[in-house]
Ligand binder design. Structure first.
Ligand SMILES: [Mn+2]
Length: 464
């Protein structure tokens, strides 16, 4: 998107006034609550949107409780059925069961709306606004509750909605003029301020760098490929500079090298120019390197969610004492698990004919298996990768990834997973290029055979 197009995207959508009126209605309803339960999703957008609701009640000295969940299913609905007051953030819009809840309900969501869910809801989809790209759970919650603006931007970055468009952009422009956010164009990898170059590259995610991610040694080699002493620090012995310490010429060389690496490693799936773009800085948080930049902040939130510590993420958003220190420890753990996972994956990934197979059961956490699979998926690929891991309940979690080219040749991983899982009592789906599933553990052998047949069929159908 060109700068011009982005600027244009800040024009209010047709039904913007209606959206704002509903936001006001939700805010008043929340303000009348005495002791609400906030139910929020466990990812970055869910944690930040839930924190916005929490801060709203704290500012008004209204006591509240929180329940952070992975999925709003019948078990959760049963648990909360007697609650008198409920605020849902980043979920609740798409579930039929919400209609039947007895208590007062306010929904602040951006997912597709279930047709018979008529509870009080602020949701872009109800107003002809695309909730996939123009408003996330946290920015939606912000328009209603008007607190924790930094968290709102972090939620949007966490849901990959940057550069901001539409209503997200309206909010961004407002926050820029209030000096709460700065939006310089720069390399869009987190850790620019705080990490020496090899770590900066190794632990980047969204996008992670295939072949480099999780591997500091390879990152050192990559930097030497740019120039023998490239990025070396004269003050830190044997150490490297941070990205921010590079001069502008060095920055350009690094970005150029990364762009060609990405283009090659993803077979063009990730265009190099996407590495550079709008970034978001929070002047009020400049004292905290992990929170100063939105990408870094969102990585911390995702780490909290993935390691079953959503409350830590909420505490960080609310600025509770000691929370950020704990968050730093969690990030260290997260990076170690990622690095160990990637090391392990490089050793055990096998060519199974129609696909590459990574068995991470018992070694790689189910919250990380998708990221690890993406990191080790090598360049110039001619087949998709399928990775498995075990979740808390002992089920097999399946992650798959392909390339644009394979999709053009007929591959559809979302369909393939659904087709191969459903008859075996699993659930699966997603996009053609990347999809996930969950399966009873005893069915895995049968599944692998069936999956191989399905994708062979898909690829053959196209080439014949
Ligand atoms: Mn979301």
């Amino acid at each position: 998107m060109s700068d011009e197009e982005i600027a244009k995207s800040a024009d209010p959508p047709a039904r913007w006034d209606e959206f704002l009126a509903r936001a006001e209605e939700c805010r008043s309803a929340a303000e009348r609550m005495k002791s609400p339960l906030i139910v929020n999703h466990y990812d970055c957008d869910g944690i930040t949107s839930g924190s916005i609701a929490a801060a709203f009640f704290e500012e008004r000295k209204i006591s509240y409780r929180m329940k952070t969940i992975r999925k709003l299913d019948s078990a959760v609905l049963e648990e909360i059925k007697d609650e008198k007051e409920l605020v849902f953030t980043d979920l609740g819009g798409g579930q039929d069961g919400v209609q039947e809840l007895r208590g007062e309900v306010v929904i602040l969501d951006h997912h597709q709306v279930a047709p018979n869910n008529s509870r009080l809801q602020l949701n872009p989809h109800l107003f002809g606004i695309d909730g996939g790209t123009q408003l996330c759970g946290a920015t939606t919650a912000y328009f209603a509750l008007r607190t924790l603006p930094e968290a709102a931007i972090v939620g949007a970055v966490g849901d990959i909605q940057s550069p901001m468009r539409g209503p997200n952009r309206i909010l961004l422009n407002e926050l820029i003029s209030r000096k709460i956010v700065e939006a310089p164009t720069d390399l869009r990898l987190y850790g620019r301020m705080s990490r020496p170059l090899p770590q900066f590259l190794a632990y980047a995610d969204e996008p992670f760098l295939p072949g480099l991610g999780g591997h500091e040694e390879r990152c050192v080699q990559f930097l030497q490929g740019i120039g023998a002493d490239f990025g070396k620090s004269t003050t830190r012995s044997g150490g490297f500079k941070t990205y921010n310490e590079l001069d502008s010429d060095e920055k350009k060389r690094l970005i150029g090298a990364l762009a060609s690496h990405m283009a090659e490693a993803t077979g063009g799936r990730f265009p190099g120019e996407k590495l550079v773009g709008e970034t978001y800085l929070f002047p009020r948080l400049i004292a905290f390197p992990e929170l100063y930049e939105a990408g870094e902040f969102s990585t911390l939130m995702n780490a909290c969610g993935r390691h079953n510590a959503p409350q830590m993420g909420i505490d960080i958003c609310l600025g509770r004492e000691g929370a950020l220190e704990k968050g730093r420890e969690l990030l260290t753990l997260h990076r170690r698990l990622l690095r160990d996972g990637v090391d392990y994956a490089y050793r055990v990934v096998r060519d199974w004919g129609p696909f590459l197979f990574l068995d991470g059961r018992g070694v790689i956490d189910d919250g990380l298996i998708g990221v690890v699979a993406g990191m080790v998926y090598p360049g110039g690929r001619t087949k998709p990768i399928l990775a498995i891991s075990l979740d808390e309940s002992g089920k097999v979690k399946i992650s798959t990834r392909g390339t644009k080219r394979l999709v053009a040749e007929g591959l559809n991983l979302g369909l393939a997973l659904r087709e191969a899982c459903t008859p075996l009592g699993g659930v699966g789906g997603g996009h053609a290029i990347a999809a996930g599933a969950s399966l009873p553990p005893e069915k895995i052998d049968e599944f692998l055979k069936s999956f191989a047949q399905v994708i062979e069929g898909q690829m053959k159908g196209k080439t014949d």
